[in-house]
Design a protein around this ligand. Sequence first.
Ligand code: 2HA
Ligand code: ZN
Length: 279
Amino acid sequence: MKAFTDLPFVRDFVRLCSIGDAQGFHERNGGNLTYHLTAADVKAAKAVLKGRKPGPWEDVELTKDVAVPSFAGEWFLATGSGKFFRNVAYDPENSFALCELDETGSRYRVLWGLAGGGRPTSEFSSHLMNLAVKDRVSGGKVRVIYHAHPANLIAMTYVCPLDDKSFTRALWNTMTECPVIFPEGVGVVKWMVPGGREIAVKTSTLMDRHSVVVWAHHGLFCAADTFDNAMGLMETVEKAAKIYMLVLASGRKPVSGITPKGYRAIAKRYSVDIPEKYL
Ligand code: 2HA
Ligand code: ZN
């Protein structure tokens, strides 16, 4: 009989955590990951979890007006609050959880994992609200929300103006493929206290138009259809930020870059929609 951790989506969840750790994106308990199971995933999970007793219902920390009723009864994998990405592959059953939401979308219970106790990530409300927005705008395709603390991206938030246009252009200008990989640009949240409702609402309003949201002096949120694409976004934005910081560190003033005309040509060649407001 298959173990829960042998299911393909669980293996992919664990793999992302290991890659993120190897990249240095997750000091201590930094960062978090949530995956919204498909109907087929739920069926496969039910088969291996047969007879297991669910934990008690708990509050998601969402008030009624920001609950996620569209996710009533849906299942999610989420890293645990205070748990280390480094330990996810080593000790899966204590590092993350399979959670079910109740019929109001404001309470959850643990179906598997967090064996020694604990709660899903402190950003669970952010993740659920972001997933709900992306679910609506993507027609159910977006399944993964990944938050990390990549160093160059965080460094960049101290020197690049914290508005969507400046930040997007600064990132796009570092590597030609950036506007192809995140053509809708990045949204920027100025510094806020993390965890809970306020930052969740702010981030999810930006997720309407973006798949990448920067949290100033904190980290990055990426939304994607697959684990590979979520990590792909995280790595691409972090590499772009690294190039931005390398150019600054050189002490030389840039003497060239990609022009608005260049971006329009990229949009045409790669059939992507690059908003004119960013050019
Ligand atoms: O420690 O990254 O934003 C987890 C976090 C909170
Ligand atoms: Zn964080």
